[in-house]
Design a protein around this ligand. Structure first.
Ligand code: G16
Length: 545
């Protein structure tokens, strides 16, 4: 008998796992377990067991659990684990999560739990701490109860932070673990998060003026109330930040991510229909849990113009690169950019040829990009869908604060870099923090969105979602740019691509939905559309076999 057997068995009976068809398993995907909410109660309970084990393995450091399905519809939900520094769960542990969640009976669940403890040399009597939060989905209540029961059964100390954006929970995990140390990340509270961002925003602006109104579409998700809260912390006497918060209805679940939000804007390549788009208005959209950000405006002449994650990435890389040069740190700090296969080819060319910075391509999922970005002193990583951040190494942060400036211009650059180190969420992509970063950069450059859009011209592209019988049939290689399985599918894609000028296309299984995604790029919009449709038909055919 292990230490928690009886408690685990008893609580597990209250939160049973829903069996899947024979041969199918629950998997820890791009962002944890993400499914229809009615399949998740047992999973959430078992994630509680895993989070306790993980905390014990890491000497009682706090582990986070976030309950959200982010950009997915209201009927879905998800559970994901956050590691002590606020980053995503270490990949090796995804296997353990999958093993616990797929244990077929309560008894086998106890066995897997005890076996993991033995194999990983975890002392089940040592302290464990888990903190958690959820987005505004109504199903979150039940999933939190199941999670809390898992933590109680395994005698972990826990803190329920109730409703949060995903990046706020990541912040709180890191703040909790660094409290009272020289590397303290900020006050351990939601207020601490607002204070840190607001203070750094004012400092980074250095008196520069923000032009005009910014309209923020909050996808009717948790970002709405949290952004409204943050705005209260920005001192009106110091900063003229005129923000119009829209699509912030969190009381009607059916409107969450519905015809609004960053995912809608990015995939449909148009502004949300509500509120009626106002020509020329600087606008941006967050997604359902506020970790993605897309900017856009409707131009009276050329129509809808979007500035997505690739644009934010190149804007940030260029601005920070210039500051590093002005600060006299160019030879000391390595700057790099991390993208995925979805990055527009024009952005990659701009970054490598114009900014002369290295670009690395990884599979989809911020967990992959984050890891690679850590290899640089300044690692800029964004997915085209608007999910990303900029990571500064301890050496970089140290240099911003300690280097003796040789001129007022150098001091100015060093101060701004130090402020950005506080403004930019170092744990994960954070739409609210990224939005403040974009506003700071535009204010420094005195740029409109049109000026920003002029930096390069995007290649026309199209994203298509394809329903298939079993998405797991589709396996990829080369950072998801080529299909390995089903056999023959990639050859057909290659043939299709050859028919178009400057074209590129790929298909991959989504890690957050039961579908495949197809991306195509070509010299003209109609060719990109046509190619995407062709590849989608290939995927449909292979998916139906
Ligand atoms: C999650 C991940 C992102 C990923 C996105 C789509 O975002 O955190 O890194 O790009 O899913 O993944 P997939 O194409 O595999 O479905 P979010 O905002 O939904 O948490």
């Amino acid at each position: 008998m292990g230490n928690h057997d009886k408690e685990i068995l008893e609580a597990s009976a209250k939160h049973p796992i829903v069996p899947l068809e024979k041969g199918k398993f629950y998997t820890y995907g791009t962002a944890g377990f993400r499914l229809k909410a009615d399949l998740l109660e047992g999973i959430s309970y078992r994630v509680g067991l895993l989070a306790s084990l993980r905390s014990r393995k890491l000497n009682g450091q706090a582990i986070g659990v976030m309950i959200t399905a982010s950009h997915n519809p209201a009927a879905d939900n998800g559970v994901k684990i956050v590691d002590p520094l606020g980053d995503m769960l270490e990949q090796d542990w995804e296997r353990y999560a999958t093993a616990l969640v797929n244990a077929p009976s309560d008894e086998q669940l106890v066995q897997v739990y005890n076996r993991l403890a033995t194999d990983l040399k975890i002392d089940l009597k040592s302290p464990a701490k888990v903190i958690y939060g959820r987005d505004t989905r109504p199903s979150g209540h039940k999933l939190v109860t199941a999670l809390a029961d898992g933590l109680e059964a395994t005698k972990a100390e826990s803190v329920d932070y109730k409703i949060l954006t995903t990046p706020q929970l990541h912040y709180l995990v890191r703040a909790t673990n660094s409290e009272g140390t020289p590397l303290s990340y900020g006050k351990v509270s939601e207020v601490g998060y607002y204070e840190k961002l607001a203070e750094a925003f004012v400092r980074a602006l250095k008196g520069r003026k923000i032009n005009g109104t910014l309209q923020v579409d909050c996808a009717n998700g948790v970002g709405g109330p949290k952004l409204t809260e943050l705005l209260k912390y920005i001192p009106k006497d110091k900063v003229n930040f005129d923000v119009k918060v829209v699509n912030d209805d969190v009381l009607r679940p059916e409107v969450l991510n519905f015809e609004c939000g960053a995912d809608f804007v990015k995939t449909k390549q148009r502004a949300p229909p509500t509120p009626k788009p106002q020509p020329g208005l600087r606008s941006c959209s967050l997604d359902g849990d506020a970790d993605r950000l897309i900017y856009y405006w409707v131009d009276p002449e050329s129509g809808f113009v979007m500035l997505d994650g690739d644009r934010i990435s190149s804007l940030a890389a260029s601005f920070i690169g210039d500051l590093v040069e002005s600060a006299g740190l160019k030879d000391d700090l390595r700057i790099g950019v991390v993208q995925t296969a979805y990055a527009n080819g024009a952005s990659t060319n701009y970054i490598t040829q114009h900014l002369r910075l290295p670009v690395i391509c990884t599979p989809t999922g911020v967990k992959h990009l984050h890891h690679v970005a850590q290899g640089f002193d300044i690692g800029v990583y964004f997915e085209a869908n608007g999910h990303g951040t900029v990571l500064f190494s301890p050496d970089a942060l140290n240099a911003f604060k300690k280097k003796e400036p040789q001129s007022p211009a150098q001091k100015d650059a060093l101060d701004t870099l130090a402020a950005l180190g506080d403004l930019i969420n170092q744990t994960v992509g954070d739409a609210i923090s990224d939005m403040l970063l974009v506003e700071v950069i535009l204010a420094h450059k005195n740029w409109s969105l049109r000026d920003w859009a002029m930096t390069y011209i995007d290649l026309p592209n199209r994203l298509v979602r394809v329903e298939v019988g079993n998405k797991d049939l589709f396996q990829t290689t080369d950072a998801e740019r080529r299909l390995l399985h089903p056999e023959g599918a990639q050859d057909e894609i290659d043939q299709a691509v050859k028919k178009y000028k400057d074209a590129r296309a790929f298909a991959r299984a989504s890690g957050t939905e039961n579908a495949c995604r197809v991306y195509a790029e070509a010299a003209t919009r109609s060719e990109a559309n046509e190619l995407a449709e062709r590849v989608a038909r290939i995927i449909e055919r292979y998916g139906a076999l």
